[in-house]
Write a protein that binds this ligand. Structure first.
Ligand SMILES: Cc1cc2nc3c(=O)[nH]c(=O)nc-3n(C[C@H](O)[C@H](O)[C@H](O)COP(=O)(O)OP(=O)(O)OC[C@H]3O[C@@H](n4cnc5c(N)ncnc54)[C@H](O)[C@@H]3O)c2cc1C
Length: 97
């Protein structure tokens, strides 16, 4: 779990640096949004699992962390849309108007 979080963090830092250097990084920005969102759901789901049934209840904050992580796959560009941006770049498809 820590490794996945660190991998997402490092990719995010790379994208931030590209932006600071004023270089286009649409593909990499979509990659980090996609990877970090999917990763956050995996990691918080695993955290919930560690608590067992108690993790599903509102007695522990972990259920809220999982719900919040789940949302990141939906808002600010769904995971499917990020995948489309990435694949369009890889396939050299023209940008949407
Ligand atoms: C808690 C919450 C807060 C939000 N806050 C904001 C906000 O502050 N500002 C704001 O503007 N919006 C906000 N939204 C809206 C959010 O951005 C949309 O829910 C999101 O863009 C998805 O749109 P949709 O719900 O209409 O799903 P749809 O666009 O109907 O998509 C449904 C499913 O189809 C997939 N899909 C759609 N089109 C394609 C395609 N071309 N290729 C492949 N798959 C596709 C999607 O990935 C998704 O899985 C919020 C949503 C939630 C739940």
């Amino acid at each position: 779990m820590a490794t996945e979080i660190e991998a997402a963090r490092q990719l995010m830092y790379f994208v931030c640096d590209e932006i600071d250097q004023k270089r286009r990084c649409d593909k990499e920005a979509a990659m980090v949004k996609f990877f970090a969102s999917e990763m956050a759901e995996r990691v918080t789901s695993e955290a919930l699992q560690i608590f067992g049934g108690a993790g599903y209840t509102t007695l522990h904050a972990v259920e809220r962390y999982w719900r919040d992580a789940r949302l990141t796959k939906i808002f600010e560009g769904t995971s499917e849309i990020q995948q489309r941006i990435i694949s369009d770049h890889l396939l050299g498809k023209p940008k949407a108007a």
